[in-house]
Design a protein around this ligand. Sequence first.
Ligand code: C2E
Ligand code: MG
Ligand code: MG
Length: 543
Amino acid sequence: MPRRISTHRKYPIGHRSLGIFRNPTLWVIVVSILPTIVLLVISYFQAIAYTKANLEGIIKVATQKTNLLLENAEDMMRRSNLDLQNADTQTAINILQRQIYNDFRFREFGIVNTEGFLTLSNLGVSNPPISISPSKYRFDPRDRNLQILGIGRTQLMQEKSIVLMLKGSGKIGFMYLLVDPIILTSFLEAIPDLDLGVNGYIAYMASDRRILVAIGTPPPDMNSNIKNLSFNTIQVTGSTKVGKMIIVGEIDRQWALRYWMQEFIIGVPLTLLISGILSYLFVRQVRKFNTLDYELKCGLSRNEFEVYYQPIVDLQTRQCVGSEALLRWRHPQRGLLYPGLFIPIAEETGLIIQITEWLLEKVIQDRNILGTEFQDLYTSINLSPSHLNNGDIERLIKILQERDRAQSKITFEITENRLVEQQAQVVSDAIARIKKWGVSFAIDDFGTGYSNIAYLQKLDIDQLKLDQLFIKGLENGSKISLIVDSLIDFGDRLGLTIVAEGIETEAQYQYLKDRGVSYGQGWLFARAMPLEDFERFLHTQSR
Ligand code: C2E
Ligand code: MG
Ligand code: MG
């Protein structure tokens, strides 16, 4: 029983779904959308960066102006401390009053003696002296720098003020200066386009992080808020050199996004240009991929090629003596393709080398499947003449070396009309090298090329295959038959086996048989067929 083999391979799963990537429309859509998405992302980050830069500018101005205010306050207190040392009570009041009248930013200026009693201020003598506890304001008596002690009211000045204190010398324990909080927020009012959104705020804080004054509404848990930055907000902080006042600005990220669309619209023309260029490049590339040579490469790697065998018979006995291996490409979309369509492209792109190597290996495998019963049969394989000329025969020889020689008698057919384009010496050397591995050579489509006899004589050839064009025109007495007669004669004289191709009628067969042509191939005997059919054919013949 002949073994059943399937020549119809399954196509790799997903192959068809991959075809979607070869659709140019899909790529146009993808590359048009992609730059828009990139632009959206970039413009988002730009909007955030723009808002942050704005806020940084505001905080910088606020910090600078506050620093100046504190420098002035410290300077005023230090100067007054010296002037007050030897002044009598009235002179001292005058000094304090002069300072306050000179600078509208300060409300009250007072001195506390070393025993902790407020004795004098710009408002006059405190009688009886008021006891002032520095610890109430968290004043550190060891610190010689200006200290900002939060919001407070003295008993004299009832309006809430920012309390600044500086350690004094001599009979002065410390001095205090009250600043109207409005002064700090007025720095911000001078900034044009100050826009913090609904939840945005700017807060001035003492070094212990208690809020002194703010615009907007800072969160109640301001302390922890500074440390734990939230992703939803943009926060900037500044700190003064004098007194270490902290200024915090915070804006909702969402608020920043009103710039998003502006930034996006600016980028649209550039995006359209990029989309257009990308679409053009991708479509060009996809089209290139869709061309046959690219498909051919894929076809080979996906194992879409098949080998059909056409029997070659002995014309005297009509018994099969061998077969010609002919390529077929089972294309997933286009169906079964014949070599006339793809072999020329494979030759042009050089892929024919790999295809032939694959075919040779496949033929050797198939011969093993046929088994020893048919070991005398030879298999003809078409070899592109360029294969011999390019020196690409090493792998071919390697495959031949590894094969089981007894089971696979191989003949290489070289088409005559392409042969003349190759260098005779190179081809002849290649044929000689390959023949060492027990294969024979045939000239295919003999009579259609322009090879001269001198050229053919240089090559160590075993067979001539008469082209089917001549066989078609065969009739006794026709001009064609005269050519055929002379070709047969030529082959006989050189001692070559002659194979007539394309025998379709009994008359053609009889004509060739009568002239002693050895072998024939054609639809009269059998068409090219898959291996399993060829196997069946051989079995029916041998019965
Ligand atoms: P070829 O080597 O001359 O192969 C014979 C061609 O004639 C085959 O066509 C075969 O099917 C066809 N044929 C055989 N008997 C008859 C007949 O009685 N009447 C008619 N009208 N045609 C007949 P196919 O298979 O289409 O191959 C065409 C050509 O493609 C081949 O011509 C060969 O030159 C080339 N080819 C096929 N397979 C390969 C290959 O693996 N490598 C290379 N380099 N070329 C190949
Ligand atoms: Mg052939
Ligand atoms: Mg031929």
